[in-house]
Write a protein that binds this ligand. Structure first.
Ligand code: PLP
Length: 376
């Protein structure tokens, strides 16, 4: 085993590949000086909308704000219930609570880590029992794989729920031949640096076919602006994407499709080598994951992670506590039988190094180290 450090996500390899392209794109912004809502913003929004086959893309300051903008534009607030999975990053429930609405947690499948439609139905019943108005559901595409949108949409339609896809981790993926960005009433994307399509700071976007929703979000991201800067028609946010970040993203889009393909190769190598060693992630039929993370399940997780760390193999735990069990969220309602799968997964999941530039030799080191660590 050599001592060359292994990157969990190798952004430097991507930077080396892109060469001067990003520096040139940034320099162009520095030269034109339109740092706020410069021309790269519109260009990026057009490109992203076209990639997802959606009529509108509204860029914004983060994935979190993209979720919040949608809920604000829909008028979600006190008395409303928004169903969210318990196995997710804080943002998914946080934005609901920020509007004054009630996040209602449902459970996830233990093989895909994504929303369990049966638990969604149970959470809907709980919300109704509590006298809440059923407003929306936010399925999360955890680790890069789409939630089961066909099943979730059917339930949402039956109960009059809007669907906001939290695709922070999955942009670049697909389900049933349709790209991420296509599902639900609106799709939220994050450009956090570690995401499959990441910028060099915070950034996000919403994709939708709903012109009214897009127009409201364009106003809300600039303080609820009306016809001009000093016409405030709604209480909004400062939630614009920086022009520099749009320029970075436009440069990265040139290689994005190829990077998603390279991630498939890395994931396939893991899947082939790890069956029987641990539980590799399940991929549902027709899904192409963006592989934001490659997350296995392993019984003695903490010992395995420690052993890997000792020999220079970085890992991460997403998430060490189910969101429904976090101090800030534990008092919110949850599906009838709770969120036991999410709680159990918090002790089993382990994310391995995953990025498009993970070469076979390095990956073999990781795989061999994992085999040793699992056999203890
Ligand atoms: C599932 C999920 N939702 C929302 C977000 C929020 O994105 P951001 O960090 O860009 O605000 C993240 C980011 O980590 C995420 O993983």
């Amino acid at each position: 085993m050599t001592d060359t450090p292994i990157a969990f996500i190798d952004l430097q390899a991507q930077r080396a590949r892109l060469g001067a392209a990003i520096d040139t794109a940034i320099a162009k912004v520095l030269d034109h000086g339109r740092f706020i809502m410069g021309p790269e913003i519109g260009e990026l929004e057009k490109r992203l909308a076209a990639m997802a086959g959606k009529a509108h893309c509204v860029s914004c300051s983060s994935g979190t704000d993209s979720l919040l903008l949608v809920l604000m534009a829909w008028g979600v607030g006190p008395g409303d219930a928004v169903i969210v999975p318990a196995m997710t990053f804080a943002s998914t429930a946080e934005v609901v609570a920020l509007t004054g609405a009630t996040p209602v947690f449902c459970d996830v499948f233990d093989d895909t880590f994504n929303m369990d439609p049966a638990s969604l139905e149970s959470a809907i019943a709980v919300a109704k029992d509590q006298g809440l108005n059923l407003a929306a559901v936010i399925p999360v595409d955890l680790f890069g794989q789409s939630a089961d949108y066909p099943a979730i949409q059917k339930i949402a339609d039956a109960h009059g729920l809007k669907v906001l896809a939290d695709s922070a981790q999955s942009f670049g993926g697909a389900l049933g031949g349709k790209p991420v960005g296509t599902f639900g009433d609106a799709t939220s994307v994050s450009f956090f640096p570690a995401k499959p399509l990441g910028c060099y700071g915070d950034g996000g976007a919403v994709l939708t076919d709903d012109a009214g929703l897009a127009a409201k979000m364009r106003s809300l991201r600039v303080h609820g602006q009306g016809t001009n800067k000093y016409d405030n028609v709604a209480v909004g946010l400062n939630a614009r994407l920086d022009t520099v970040q749009a320029a970075v993203l436009l440069a990265k889009l040139e290689i994005f499709e190829d990077e998603i393909e390279k991630r498939q190769v890395v994931a396939a190598r893991y899947a082939a080598a790890l069956a029987g060693v641990c539980t590799p992630p399940a991929v549902i039929e027709g899904a192409v994951s963006a592989w934001a993370q490659y997350t296995i399940k392993v019984g003695n997780r903490d010992a395995v992670a420690a052993a890997l760390k000792d020999i220079g193999v970085p890992t991460a735990v997403y998430y060490p506590v189910a969101l429904s069990d976090q101090p800030a969220y534990a008092h919110y309602p949850r599906a009838g039988n709770g969120t036991p799968v999410s709680a159990a997964l918090a002790h089993e999941v382990l994310s391995l190094p995953m990025h498009p530039y993970l070469d076979e030799a390095t990956q073999n080191r990781i795989i061999e180290a994992l085999k040793d660590a699992v056999s203890g």
